[in-house]
Design a protein around this ligand. Structure first.
Ligand code: OFO
Length: 174
């Protein structure tokens, strides 16, 4: 059973995951409109993943006798200065999510809530992977440059990353 403090904190996390899903959806749309197909595909997938992250917590709250509350989500921005700014914002949001997951882990220790501590380990690992992936993308953008002539090559890099991610997903489902 969840303590009321833990239940409230997990419900709060739903907002962050839900916002990430809508932010990335908005980014996917902007990329698509800019003709950046590889980036758009990447952001659509990230958006779906964030929705899954939200639902995993949502289901956990109800399974542990809490009450999962559908969160209020602020409207994300619709336009982005550049593809580099867009990925800077993704990285910043992921860092914010990581800090929040770390606070949830600390709270589960405080509350001696071993089930939630165990549940959160998946998120600890997921955040480590996501931050590493975003840093890789930002490093590649730095190498290629983000002027108008570079966009084609940035998009190709994202296509390569999409292929790797899709292959890993297919392997994990097999
Ligand atoms: Fe779910 O916040 Fe990113 O991964």
């Amino acid at each position: 059973m969840l303590s009321s403090k833990m239940e409230a904190a997990l419900n709060k996390q739903l907002e962050l995951e839900g916002y990430a899903s809508f932010l990335y959806l908005s980014m996917a749309s902007w990329c698509e409109r800019e003709g950046l197909e590889g980036c758009a595909k990447f952001m659509y997938r990230q958006s779906m993943e964030e929705n899954e992250h939200m639902m995993r917590i949502f289901n956990y709250i109800n399974e542990t006798d809490g009450h999962a509350l559908a969160p209020a989500i602020n409207q994300p921005p619709h336009t982005f200065e550049s593809v580099k700014v867009l990925f800077d914002q993704v990285y910043a949001h992921e860092q914010k999510v990581t800090a929040s997951i770390n606070n949830l882990v600390a709270l589960s220790y405080e509350e001696k809530d071993h089930a939630t501590l165990n549940f959160l380990q998946w998120y600890v690992e997921e955040q480590r992977e996501e931050e590493a992936l975003m840093r890789t993308i930002l490093d590649r953008i730095k190498l290629i440059g983000d002027g108008p002539q570079s966009l084609y090559y940035i998009d190709l890099e994202l296509e390569k990353i999409n292929e790797i991610e899709e292959k890993a997903e297919a392997e994990s489902e097999a």
